[in-house]
Ligand binder design. Structure first.
Ligand code: AMP
Ligand code: MG
Length: 267
């Protein structure tokens, strides 16, 4: 399988099968573990100036099958980012109140204010993933949601929110090993629910839903990044680099200080 770009081309049909979760074509582990240290610090510098600048917010969307590494990406990539400017919210089964609203309601409330990073650990994409795969809503309902999501992301982006989406792509065998580790390791057992095995049985349905999610909602303003995620060290470098590149493209700046401030003396 040839090396694929992180953001699939907008002008060609997207096939998940073309993307290798194992991909290590651009660098080795030792290099990646050295690189990530500097990338984390750079991400924090950029958060600092985004906070001062106040023109933009950053929304990071993480999706992936169970055990794809969503939690661990949050912990690793954002390790150096200060608490002042960054929040994370994880979305599980909707509460009764959330389920009584439109499907975007619970997410929009957590959209970041200008100056901040917000990480969505799972997101509104669950409405075209688990809700589709598990038949929680009729087909017409989830089918209409791709456009609704595109319009929502367009709106956020017009209002100054930079939307960056990462699909953590692991292989079926990698998931097997990670779920088994959750059973075998007493400190990870809490993460495992018997229901996870049923979810795994729906593997093919999820892959199809992931493919449609990327195919239908990959846009210039809110691109999907298909991250080869079998190797954590590779995954973290790819996510961090993509964020840094996008933030650098914003030409963020510290606000102009008051005139004459450089001549002031604190006594
Ligand atoms: P975890 O990420 O392990 O904490 O699990 C969260 C669970 O919430 C997963 O099993 C998801 O499938 C489930 N979930 C998230 N969003 C939805 C949704 N919109 N409808 C139903 N289940 C959901
Ligand atoms: Mg889980």
């Amino acid at each position: 399988m040839s090396h694929q770009p992180l953001v699939p081309p907008f002008d060609r049909p997207f096939k998940l099968a073309d993307y290798d979760p194992e991909d290590t074509s651009s660098g080795d582990k030792e290099q990646a573990l050295a690189d990530i240290v500097a990338l984390r610090l750079r991400l924090n510098e950029l958060q600092d100036v985004l906070y001062a600048d106040r023109r933009f917010a950053l929304l990071v969307v993480l999706q992936g099958i169970d055990a794809a590494g969503k939690d661990s990406t949050v912990k690793s990539v954002f390790q150096e980012v200060g608490l002042l400017g960054c929040d994370v919210v994880s979305f599980g089964v909707p509460t009764a109140e959330e389920a009584a609203h439109d499907f975007l309601w619970r997410y929009h409330r957590h959209a970041p204010e200008r100056g901040k990073f917000m990480i969505f650990n799972r997101s509104y994409y669950e409405s075209v993933l688990v809700e589709r795969v598990k038949n929680l809503v009729p087909k017409e309902t989830w089918k209409a949601r791709y456009d609704q999501i595109n319009r929502f992301e367009r709106f956020l982006s017009d209002e100054g929110t930079v939307v960056m989406k990462f699909f953590l792509h692991i292989s079926k065998d990698e998931q097997r090993q990670r779920l088994q580790e959750r059973i075998d390791n007493p400190n990870k057992r809490w993460k495992f629910r018997a229901g996870d095995l049923d979810e795994r049985k729906a593997w093919d349905g999820y892959q199809e839903a992931f493919e449609d999610m990327v195919a239908k909602c990959n846009t210039e303003h809110a691109p999907w990044h298909v991250v080869p995620a079998n190797h954590k060290w590779r995954r973290d470098v790819l996510v961090a680099r993509a964020l840094i590149e996008r933030l650098e493209g914003l030409k963020l700046r510290y606000p102009q200080p008051e005139a004459g401030i450089e001549r002031m003396r604190v006594v």
